[in-house]
Ligand binder design. Structure first.
Ligand SMILES: [Zn+2]
Length: 400
C-alpha cells in the first residue's frame, strides 16, 4: 500500500472535505458490521443501512432486484440542477465465515466486513453526507447503491446485474473496495468450470473391463489440451492485467487401484482479457470438451460459472481526470495506473453498461478471513476523496 502517499496536504482542505465527520463515519461502519450478512442473507444490514440513510434525511428506495431476502438499498442526493450523476456502489454481503463483531482498537476497526467492504461503504455514506452538509453539489446528482449476492461461490452478482438492468446507474461509479495501490484500468474476466467425464457401464474390477473409454485417460487428455490452450492464450498478454489463461486446479477419479472408474471430475478456471466476452470463452471451452468427447466416446458434462466479465477503464474519460485531480489535491500526487488483480463489481458496470468504474477504497487487510481490519484514518481519506470527486464531477456535462 502506498503509505508514503498519505501526506498531510499543504493547503487547507476544501469545505466538502472538512465536512467529513470521522466519528459519524466510524459509527456508521460499526453499525453495519454489527449486522451479520453472509452472502444471500444481507437483509438485516440492508435494513440497517436504509434506516441510517433515512434518519439522515436521504430519500431511500428498496428495489428487490431479484433477491427478495435482501432488497437492495438505493439513495439519492439531488442538486435539482442538470449535471452528471456520480454513483457510489458497494456490496453488503460478507463471505461465509464465523461472525466477528465490530471493535475499534487504536486506528483499526475490526470485524466481519470491516475490510470487505462495510468500512468502505460507510466512507461513501459519509461522503454523501459531507457533500450535502457543505452544499457541495452545484449541479447533478449523487447516487448510492448497495446490494447482496457479491461474494462467490454463494453469490453470482445477479442482484447488481438486476440493479444495472433496471437503470440504477450513474454516469460514472466509484467502488470503495479495499484497494488503493494503483488506479486499476484493466482486469481479466473469468469463469470457473467443472468437467465430469463419464463412461456408461457400472463400476467393475479392471480384469473385467468392458470396451469403454478410460475416464482417467480422457481426463488426462483434457488436461493436455487445456495446457495447449493455456500456452496459446498466454500470447495475449496485457502488461498490466496479465495473460489470458486456462487452468486446471483439481482432478479426481477412482476409489481403489484395480477398479475401472466411472467418472473423472476436473475443475479449474478460464480467464480472458478485454476484447473477449464470457460467451466467446464459454463456447470455446465447451467446444473443446465436445470434440474430445466425440473422439473418445466418453460423455463430458460441462458446467461453467461466470465470475465477472473483463474490465477496462477508458483513461480519456473525464471521470478519470477528475478522480486523479481530486486524489492529487488530497495526497499530493496522482495515483499510478495499474491492473486490477481481482474481479469486482466494476467489471459488471463496464461490461454490461459501459460505465467508467474506479475501484478505490481504504487501506485494509484480512479480507476473506475472520481477522478483517480497516484503517480508520484511511476511511476518512476515502470519504474526503469521494466527496471531492463528487463536487468536481457532477456539475458538468449535464448528459445524465
Ligand atoms: Zn468486496
Amino acid at each position: 500500500m502506498r503509505t508514503e502517499a498519505r501526506r498531510t496536504p499543504t493547503h487547507p482542505l476544501p469545505a466538502v472535505c472538512e465536512a467529513v465527520n470521522p466519528a459519524r463515519l466510524l459509527d456508521t461502519a460499526v453499525r453495519l458490521i454489527a449486522r451479520p450478512s453472509p452472502t444471500g442473507a444481507a437483509g438485516a444490514v440492508a435494513d440497517e443501512l436504509a434506516a441510517i440513510l433515512t434518519a439522515d434525511g436521504f430519500a431511500v428506495e428498496r428495489p428487490v432486484a431479484g433477491h427478495p431476502a435482501a432488497p437492495a438499498v438505493v439513495a439519492r442526493l439531488s442538486s435539482g440542477r442538470p449535471g452528471r450523476t456520480l454513483q457510489f456502489n458497494a456490496h453488503l454481503d460478507t463471505v461465509h465465515l464465523p461472525f466477528a463483531p465490530p471493535q475499534v482498537v487504536g486506528d483499526r476497526l475490526t470485524g466481519s466486513g470491516a475490510a470487505d467492504m462495510k468500512g468502505g461503504l460507510a466512507a461513501a455514506v459519509e461522503a454523501m453526507r459531507a457533500v450535502r452538509d457543505a452544499g457541495g453539489l452545484a449541479a447533478g446528482d449523487l447516487l448510492l447503491t448497495a446490494h447482496d449476492l457479491h461474494e462467490s461461490p454463494w453469490g453470482d452478482g445477479s442482484q447488481l446485474d438486476a440493479l444495472i438492468a433496471a437503470g440504477h446507474v450513474g454516469r460514472a461509479v466509484l467502488l470503495p473496495e479495499y484497494f488503493n495501490a494503483a488506479l486499476p484500468v484493466v482486469g481479466r474476466g473469468g469463469f470457473t468450470w467443472a468437467a465430469t467425464v463419464r463412461r456408461p457401464g457400472p463400476p467393475v474390477h479392471e480384469v473385467y473391463r468392458p470396451d469403454e473409454p478410460s475416464v482417467i485417460a480422457v481426463g488426462a487428455e483434457l488436461v493436455t489440451r487445456l495446457g495447449r490452450l493455456d500456452a496459446e492464450l498466454a500470447r495475449s498478454n496485457d502488461p498490466l492485467a496479465g495473460a489470458a489463461s486456462a487452468f486446471v486446479g483439481t482432478v479426481q477419479s477412482g476409489s481403489i487401484y484395480n477398479e475401472f472408474p466411472q467418472t473423472c471430475r476436473l475443475e479449474g478456471t478460464r480467464r480472458w482479457l478485454p476484447g473477449t466476452r464470457f460467451a466467446d470463452a464459454d463456447r470455446e471451452f465447451r467446444g473443446l470438451c465436445a470434440t474430445l468427447a466425440a473422439e473418445t466416446g466418453a460423455a463430458i458434462e460441462v458446467e461453467t460459472r461466470l465470475m465477472r466479465d473483463a474490465f477496462r477503464l477508458d483513461t480519456a474519460d473525464p471521470f478519470v481526470g477528475v478522480f486523479q485531480s481530486a486524489y492529487a489535491g488530497l495526497v499530493g500526487e496522482r495515483l499510478p495506473i495499474g491492473g486490477k488483480p481481482f474481479v469486482d463489481d466494476g467489471n459488471s458496470f463496464w461490461s454490461s453498461a459501459g460505465i467508467p468504474a474506479i475501484t478505490h477504497g481504504p487501506t485494509a487487510g484480512g479480507a476473506h478471513t475472520t481477522a478483517e481490519w480497516v484503517n480508520t484514518d484511511d476511511l476518512v481519506r476515502v470519504a474526503r476523496l469521494y466527496a471531492l470527486v463528487a463536487t468536481m464531477y457532477c456539475p458538468f456535462g449535464g448528459d445524465s
